[in-house]
Design a binder for this molecule. Structure first.
Ligand SMILES: C[S@@+](CC[C@H](N)C(=O)[O-])C[C@H]1O[C@@H](n2cnc3c(N)ncnc32)[C@H](O)[C@@H]1O
Length: 269
């Protein structure tokens, strides 16, 4: 059974509760800063304002990104990978940061949505992709190449992923498709590993991590989305009152005690 920790609050504060190098894989779907009061888009066939919420309006996107990316790198294991999604609104900033922090950029995955909504303003090409940066601390990182190949019907997987936008399961405006997270988590982690999502939203990463027997740590700043994620992941206990460090340390102590007990029992035989 996997351990799931979901905390309500600002990831910049909550990340500080985690010890160094404790996370195998990070998926971050941060605010892209693409919302604008006068921008229009099409949703479910209807014209609507392209405003994801106040959380998506950030004054200095580069300063914002630098803060959380640095903390994520601190908690990432030496052989772990970080996957960060974005569009042209934030991915230049993330790319520059990854370079500035001396990270090894493994891939830029292009997620192509064939069913992306049409463009209303006739002043550019219709956006139908997102970019996912994949990076690590060194050239030695965990990456299940064979799993990726198997997921692609036995053929080498390329960095262009065609996955349609799916009907949302919650009211969250930017819920990611579970199938996208399945692919990422299967390629970048093993059963029993710990996956972190600092911007949990509706909980997609947690749902998939749990299903694939990975431990999960997630943070969400919006109370409504936090509750949605809790329900969606199927959390019965509200762990929000416990410090993450305490929970993780307690679990480590328990594992150690069980190992010692096993060793002791073996010696007695
Ligand atoms: C792009 S959405 C993530 C959607 C998610 N991947 C899903 O599938 O539902 C980003 C989320 O980050 C949250 N958020 C924004 N700033 C945050 C912060 N500083 N700490 C934690 N969560 C934050 C927002 O409330 C929003 O739900």
């Amino acid at each position: 059974m996997s351990d799931i920790y979901l905390k309500f609050g600002d990831c910049n504060t909550l990340l500080k509760e985690l010890p160094d190098k404790c996370i195998n894989m990070i998926f971050a779907d941060p605010p892209y800063n693409l919302s604008g009061k006068n921008f229009l888009t099409v949703k479910n066939g209807k014209i609507t304002k392209c405003n994801k919420g106040d959380w998506d309006i950030i004054e200095d996107i580069h300063l914002f990104n630098e803060k959380w990316v640095k903390e994520c790198i601190r908690v990432l294991k030496d052989d772990g990978t970080i996957w960060i999604s974005g569009t042209l609104h934030n991915h230049p900033s993330i790319g520059v940061l990854l370079k500035k922090l001396n990270l090894w950029i493994i891939n830029d995955v292009i997620w192509f949505k064939r069913n992306a909504p049409p463009l209303l303003s006739r002043n550019r090409l219709a956006p139908s992709t997102e970019l996912i940066w994949v990076a690590s601390k060194s050239k030695k990182y965990f990456f299940d190449y064979e799993k990726a190949k198997a997921l692609n019907g036995g053929k080498q997987m390329r960095n262009l992923w065609e996955i349609n936008a799916q009907r949302h399961k919650t009211i969250h405006p930017t819920e990611k498709p579970e199938i996208l997270l399945e692919r990422i988590i299967l390629i970048a982690s093993k059963e029993g590993d710990t996956v972190l999502d600092p911007f949990t939203g509706s909980g997609t990463t947690g749902v998939v991590a749990n299903k694939l027997n990975r431990n999960f740590i997630g943070f969400e700043i919006n109370s409504e989305y936090y509750e949605i994620a809790q329900k969606r992941i199927g959390l019965k206990n509200d762990f929000n009152n416990y410090s993450l460090t305490d929970q993780i340390l307690k679990k480590e102590q328990l594992t150690l005690a069980l190992e010692r007990k096993e060793l002791y029992e073996k010696k007695q035989k």
